[in-house]
Design a protein around this ligand. Sequence first.
Ligand SMILES: *Cc1c(COP(=O)(O)O)cnc(C)c1O
Length: 467
Amino acid sequence: MKFPSEPFKIKVIEPIRRTTREERDRLLRQAGYNLFQIPAKSVYVDLLTDSGTAAMSDNQWAGMMLGDESYAGSENYYHFEEAVRSIFGYRHVIPTHQGRMAENLLFSTVVKSGMCVPNNIHFDTTRANVEHQGADALDLVIKEAYDPRCELPFKGNMDLVRLEETINRLGRDRIPLVMLTITNNSGGGQPVSMENIRQTRALVKRYHIPLFFDACRFAENCFFIKEREAEYADTSILAIAQELFGYGDGCTMSAKKDGLVNIGGFLSLNNEQWARDITNMLILVEGFPTYGGLAGRDLEAMARGLREVLDEDYLRFRIGQVRYLGELLDTAGVPILRPIGGHAVYLDARAYLPHLRPEELPAQALAIALYREYGIRGVEIGTVMFGKKDQATGRTVYPELEMVRLAIPRRVYTNMQITYVAESIIELYRRRESIAGFRMTYEAPVLRHFTARFEELPVRTSQRSGL
Ligand SMILES: *Cc1c(COP(=O)(O)O)cnc(C)c1O
């Protein structure tokens, strides 16, 4: 397998501490076996999220020193506006402190109670912001997206048949906009093809419905288009991005992903009236239109990050590093979600720990074992995060997939550290029967995964032979 060598060298380092197994075991017990409650300084390789965790370049840090902290008309705003216009091409550029504020401003302006927003798959905050308006957040990704073994180049694509059926059923007046999430985060970081984007555009245009992008990982999506859609093999990432956004009317963006910054986001769109209403709301809840909840230096770092992320050597390394981890695991027989997406590798916990029953929370058990044994922090995306209680029977309704997500921060870990992660997971897989299940002892009424507490169950070696 090709080693995706780093297209940068290290100038500044942040020491990380190795902890002992005893120390991690004690921390886990104190944290009620909830990895969100573990102090980051006691984690060796932190794969909790790729959001806001990127390493900035020397060029971005240099830009931080050029912050113009004027209340109105900061120089950095104009740099930022120019960077966004040159890539995304929309008329109005509205900075926000992160992605969910862009979503909140857009949806609180254009979505009314009783409406419906179709998306390939809504990200959690996107769904929450649509539902907060009393509207329905509908996921219309192609059906294959829910099959972890199905190999398709563009598993994030919109199901156009169901989209048209939905428009016909509800009527265009109840659909203020259609969204496409690129790449499709909640569906495993899978890309959407340019062809599917073009067809989605053609469809919604017939009904005069605007198309918006949830653009968080747009550069990673554009790289997949270049790799997998033959007609784009010789097109630059910038030109691919420009064509892609040309099919839309606007976008929301969390620059904590492909903006390569630790905080920041924006909303960009063509509609004059919407932009005016959103800007008025922005001033009320976030800040003046030329800073939108950020410092001038943050805007400068974002302007520079948005240009850097289009660099093909960077993207080849980035996508290549995620793929490298996935293929090391796959080759060793560790069950993962296929194909490997743009920002994370997902372990299939049910297949990894077949001796655990669903109520023994296999993905939670696997995430805990990875931290306790190796100091690696992933995140449970399974029953703890998405399981629901059936109101009538009181029984747990289990989600379709029970996974541990290993999200790779951008430009942060060396390939040697990624190799360490792979070797640890493979070693753990060889002695997987020693992993015990868990039981939840406390849960909050909403978003329980952040604060839930757990108890470890005895190892059930006797059951495993039958499975
Ligand atoms: C992270 C993310 C968001 C929300 O952005 P924040 O900056 O975390 O508020 C929205 N959509 C997608 C697809 C994301 O990955």
